[in-house]
Design a protein around this ligand. Structure first.
Ligand code: ADP
Length: 398
């Protein structure tokens, strides 16, 4: 069975074609500048075919999907002989609200429910819906599945997902913590149980997804019991450009003082804050590491804040679960920054965590970076959201 995994943004569309017999990625690529020009980079990963990397007109997502299918099936760049070889399509969808606690087969009813979730993710869900509609138009009857970033977090108990505001806002308007990065937290937690050789039902795990966007998830017995992102992906940890947790009073103060509109204010909190805002250097942790080494105090402060927040939220989840068996680092920073992993782990002495420096220096693989006698284990597990989407799609279609 071959499954096409699609992640559609407002002007971009990422894809992977995965052979489910071997779970090998046959080809992957990215359409960019959809609606404002168009560019496709398509990389076949089998058969020694060349990479296609050129501008081409992509007025809408439909032309983008058609271009992807064209490249996947072309004699020069292709990895399959025709569209009939693509058995199903898995779509990443950001927000499933309270309606979707797991992945679903897409039909007209599901499309209507997705539309209802749009006010919760006004930037992301419309793009995901456009991607699905374009695929349905171009690929006809090929079965399609929606996999939600929020679904894994639907097991949180009320005490974790409720905000302490008048209850009507929850009941009438859906105001609550939803959480994001669920597909990633699900993948790394189940992989961690495999690596530990123990059933996930017996384990208390904390997964730290640290990329441009960052979130932490407490997973007890394989189920999410708390997570740091909220109603939107703006809160929790300070991120590349997002502010993380912030007193709502600050918003009122700054809007009054500088006359910002709410859109201007949110733009500052989403795009100009986080480690970029504090350091004034960059949102990229590689730049921050370099600047801090060169003596830039604000870059060091931004890194210190990030590490402190990861440790502090992780500690709160140890309390929430009354213990922890393993802590997992994943995503861009978690997978690549030995320095950040070491700095965060420094806070975990009270848990009996001991880091093995040699293991922590390795890259690009699933690895335990704690010493064999460390009381709580620490793992680096590269995330693989596309594989989860493909596996869910296979299971649902089968
Ligand atoms: P996204 O949240 O957009 O999916 P990623 O998970 O790809 O992001 O993470 C991207 C971030 O990973 C970059 O902004 C960069 O800060 C960080 N990163 C990548 N490689 C390294 C590295 N070697 N050292 C430190 N940080 C890194």
């Amino acid at each position: 069975m071959k499954i096409l995994v699609i992640n559609a943004g407002s002007s971009s569309l990422k894809y992977q074609l995965i052979d489910m017999e071997t779970e090998q990625v046959l080809a992957k690529g990215l359409c960019e500048r959809i609606g404002i020009g168009g560019h496709l980079k398509h990389s076949p990963l089998v058969g020694g075919k060349p990479v296609f990397d050129e501008d081409l007109p992509l007025p809408t997502h439909s032309e983008a999907i058609a271009a992807v299918i064209d490249k996947l099936t072309s004699p020069e760049y292709g990895v399959v002989s025709s569209m009939a070889e693509i058995d199903a399509v898995g779509h990443r969808v950001v927000h499933g609200g309270e309606k979707f606690a797991c992945s679903v087969l897409i039909n007209d009813e599901v499309m209507a429910a997705l539309q209802e979730c749009t006010p919760f993710a006004p930037l992301h869900n419309p793009a995901n819906i456009t991607g699905i509609n374009a695929c349905r138009a171009v690929m006809g009857d090929v079965p399609m599945v929606a996999v939600f970033d929020t679904a894994f977090h639907q097991t949180m108990p009320g005490k974790a997902y409720m905000y302490a505001v008048p209850y009507e806002y929850y009941k009438n308007d859906g105001i609550r913590r939803y959480g994001f990065h669920g597909t990633s937290h699900r993948y790394v937690s189940s992989r961690c149980a495999e690596l530990m050789g123990r059933p996930i039902e017996e384990l208390k795990l904390i997964s730290c997804h640290m990329g441009n966007g960052s979130s932490i998830c407490a997973i007890d017995g394989g189920k999410c019991v708390d997570t740091s992102m909220g109603f939107t992906p703006l809160v929790g940890l300070p991120m590349g450009t997002r502010c993380g947790d912030l007193d709502a009073g600050v918003i009122q103060f700054l809007m009054n003082k500088y006359g910002y509109s709410i859109d201007e204010m949110l733009n500052i909190l989403n795009k100009k804050s986080g480690v970029l805002g504090v350091s004034g250097v960059s949102s990229d942790f590689r730049d921050l590491d370099e600047a801090a080494k060169a003596g830039n105090d604000r870059a060091q402060l931004a890194l210190d804040m990030f590490h402190y927040w990861v440790a502090k939220v992780t500690g709160s989840y140890v309390a929430a679960m009354n213990g922890v068996d393993a802590i997992i680092f994943t995503a861009g920073v978690g997978e690549n920054s030995k320095a950040s992993r070491a700095a965060i782990s420094e806070y975990f002495g009270y848990l009996g965590v001991k880091i093995d420096d040699a293991a922590n220096s390795k890259r690009g693989e699933d690895i335990m970076i704690s010493t064999p006698d460390s009381k709580v284990k620490v793992f680096v597990i590269p995330t693989n959201e596309e594989l989860v989407i493909a596996r869910d799609t296979r299971d649902i279609v089968a």
